[in-house]
Design a protein around this ligand. Sequence first.
Ligand SMILES: Nc1ncnc2c1ncn2[C@@H]1O[C@H](COP(=O)(O)OP(=O)(O)OP(=O)(O)O)[C@@H](O)[C@H]1O
Length: 260
Amino acid sequence: MAAGSPAGAGGMNAVVMPDGMRDGVAPANGVVAINGLTRRFGRGPAVLDSLDLTIAPGEFVALLGHSGSGKSTLLRTLAGLDPVNEGTLSRPDAVSVVFQDGRLLPWKRVWENVVLGQAGADRRDRAIAMLEEVGLGHRVDAWPLTLSGGETQRAALARALVRRPAFLMLDEPFAALDALARLKMQRLVSRLWARHGCAVLLVTHDVDEALMLADRAIVLDRGRIRTDMAIAPERPRHHADPGFIHLRGVLLDALGVQDD
Ligand SMILES: Nc1ncnc2c1ncn2[C@@H]1O[C@H](COP(=O)(O)OP(=O)(O)OP(=O)(O)O)[C@@H](O)[C@H]1O
């Protein structure tokens, strides 16, 4: 599956894998459900180790963990880009992924990247509407290599959302941006999520980003879920709120980092 493209249209897609198979039926309230999901590379240790996880429709989940804990492998597996060795996975057919580097095709104009692989006489109009929604209406005909880092990620978000995914995965989408661009992108993602209503899985190393955006924060540790924590739904959130500070301490603890 190409980055940002859907695997199909509508409906739940239950992927049942051969070894050690379990009953792979998604709970009625879950847009994504994995049970006993295990992933190994060669004869190495399990990178994902009997994982169970359910994501509700419209839920915003942040996924944290040290480098090598298995975050990207989980995301790639959920996207259908990586196989499952063991266990079951159910997810909607309509999923989109945004990676850290945007992954736009440099030989296609921005608008063409947004509606890549899509048919219809109104392709350009759909691309323009989506680009305006992400604040990139002035760069419709630009070449990707002339975009700034923030603009590239906006275009990647437009390409992901124009497909109306039920499930959107974001793999450290703002990691390469400066602090100001990052803040703007966080606010944009929050607005887009509220408007589009898709479930989101955001991989991030940034505890504050997780606490600002998500309904729930999960800490992965050597392929297992170490912490699965609900975040109070009130928004906007503020760094100085006692609740925010408390949850930051809990997450840093789960990550094995002391909060001085
Ligand atoms: N194609 C591969 N072949 C062999 N091992 C791999 C492969 N891809 C990932 N791994 C290993 O799986 C483990 C988890 O990697 P993964 O990229 O999922 O971690 P991560 O939590 O996303 O790390 P980071 O935060 O650095 O991106 C690591 O030990 C990594 O070396």
